[in-house]
Write a protein that binds this ligand. Structure first.
Ligand code: NAP
Length: 487
């Protein structure tokens, strides 16, 4: 099997390491491709190419840059089914969700292409006569994009599209669990005619490729999505680079006693077991009012028992990404039992036809907020149910974790709904809807341990990839001193 190559300076090239690594299908454990096991030298070459391409790309008018994004969007539409099926193979997502992932990429390229005719700065009045004041938006420079595997097309697209429209050039390192999706995405960018050197792909490990991206002095911005642990390390070594971090979550759904329980159960099943619990916004805790807890649990259990586990082409729940993810879910299931939580269903790894990284959908109840399974991100199909006596206590439990990405409340009470919007400490709050399901024209990101204030998508998505320059234009023909001549 020939190894797929890196894409540097408009050419597909081998790593100077001469080594390759494999990407596996998590449902069958079979090898689906080999990829360059790149090293720091390869990143340096990619940075040099991006640096060389920068001035020309920066000076290409933004509406002209946008034409490439429109083209990429069209090619993504043309290749949607092919990419979705590839994602099922490499990441294990069920096919309907994989199509959704590609659609998200289509949407963000469309949205950011429109930005090509905006990229607004501000104008305002100067405090002095015959002086004009404004701010304009410039690119950051060469930026590094480091992405996880759980949205292998959408997350790279969420970074590539705003980075390109703002005029940056790019070194992109995808997760080593999903390099084939990245290669196919870059082929589309190549086919769209994006000039050489503007987008460069380097595959390989976080410790080699990722670390060099973070430390390379010619990279001025790093956009990272992944775990809190890696994000914290990146922040420590990035120095004064502009760094955007989108990290983990321990997301919660509150179910009040007046909730539409059918709707709440649907939202919990989708939030907890969609993408096999491997979304940063996945529902991992339910805080349910004691008056409806029994009924809610029995309805939930009925629904979960009907979910079909198997390869993504034919099932409701696909595999976990790899062996260590299965081990992690198994470990947390044991921790849950040892902590005294009651196992309602699941808790075990499964093989289908003797293969694959499957794990049963798992529900613990009678959990206490300070249990590990209620505080730590598991990133698997494991849900913890916690009982509450009222709204105030539910909010306190919901906020009692280090993360702050997504939250939701099911209630018919408008006052509770508005209080939840105000009081839940998360970047996203849903009312009568699950914790997952972002739309690209709204900002996405978390508070507390989930990030460092950056937002992706929506109009705020361009902040991460642009710098503001303030401009003063004095046409008075004399020296005017701000704060002094305007007394
Ligand atoms: P991860 O282990 O932190 O890896 C993410 C990326 O960082 C991978 O490309 C990885 O490379 C790279 N990396 C690892 N060590 C690095 C280092 N020292 N320097 C630079 N890069 C390094 O996370 P993951 O397991 O892929 O993804 C799951 C996590 O992502 C979860 O915590 C989830 O909540 C989070 N996530 C957050 C969001 C959000 O928007 N908030 C969205 C999706 C996922 P290799 O793996 O190839 O070595």
């Amino acid at each position: 099997m020939k190894a797929h190559k890196n894409y540097i300076d408009g050419k597909w090239v081998s790593s100077s390491s001469g080594q390759a690594f494999e990407s596996l299908n998590p449902a069958t454990e079979s090898v689906i491709g080999k990829f360059q096991k790149s090293n720091k030298e390869d990143v340096k070459k990619a940075v040099a190419a991006a640096d060389k391409a920068f001035h020309n790309w920066r000076d290409t008018p933004a509406p002209a840059r946008a034409k490439y994004l429109w083209k990429i969007k069209d090619l993504l539409i043309e290749n949607k089914e092919k990419l979705a099926r590839l994602e099922v193979q490499e990441m294990g997502k069920v096919i309907t969700e994989a199509r959704g992932d590609v659609q998200e990429a289509i949407d963000i390229f469309e949205y950011m292409a429109g930005e090509g005719r905006r990229l607004f700065g501000h104008t305002t009045k100067s405090e002095l006569r015959d002086k004009f004041a404004m701010s304009v938006r410039n690119p950051v420079g060469v930026v590094g994009l480091i992405t996880p595997w759980n949205f292998p097309i959408a997350i790279p697209a969420w970074k590539l599209a705003p980075a390109l429209i703002c005029g940056n050039t790019i070194v992109f390192k995808p997760s080593s669990d999903t390099p084939l999706c990245a290669v196919e995405l870059i082929k589309i960018i190549e086919k769209a005619g994006v000039p050489r050197g503007v987008v460069n792909l380097v595959t390989g490990s976080g410790n080699d490729v990722g670390a060099e991206i973070v430390e390379n002095p010619k990279i001025y911005g790093v956009s990272f999505t992944g775990s809190k642990e890696t994000g914290e390390n990146i922040l420590k070594s990035a120095g004064v680079k502009k760094v955007g971090l989108e990290l983990g979550g321990k997301n919660v759904i509150i179910v009040m006693d007046d909730a539409n329980l059918e709707l709440a159960v649907s939202g919990v099943v989708w939030g907890a077991f969609g993408t096999t619990g491997q979304r940063c916004t996945a529902t991992s805790r339910v805080v349910v009012h004691k008056k409806v807890k029994k009924k809610f649990e029995s309805m939930l259990l009925n629904r979960v028992k009907k979910l079909k586990l198997g390869p993504g082409e034919t099932s409701d729940i696909g595999p976990l990404i790899n062996k260590s993810a299965v081990e992690k879910s198994a470990r947390y299931s044991e921790i849950g039992k040892a902590e005294g939580a009651k196992l309602l269903c699941g808790g075990k790894p499964v093989k289908i036809n003797g293969r694959g990284y499957f794990f049963q959908p798992t529900i613990f109840t009678d959990c206490k907020p300070d249990m590990k399974i209620c505080r730590e991100e598991i990133f698997g199909p494991i849900l913890a149910i916690i009982e509450t006596k009222n709204f105030d206590e539910a909010v306190k439990i919901a906020n009692g974790v280090e993360y702050g990405l997504s939250s939701s409340i099911y209630t018919e009470n408008m006052n509770f709904a508005f209080r939840a919007i105000n009081e839940l400490e998360t970047g996203l709050t849903y009312i009568n809807s699950s914790t997952i399901g972002s739309e690209v024209h709204l900002p996405f990101g978390g508070v507390k341990g989930t990030g460092n204030g950056a937002r992706e998508a929506g109009i705020l998505g361009i902040e991460e990839f642009s710098e503001i320059k303030t401009v003063y234009f004095d046409y008075s023909g004399k020296l005017q001193k701000a704060q002094i001549d305007n007394e």
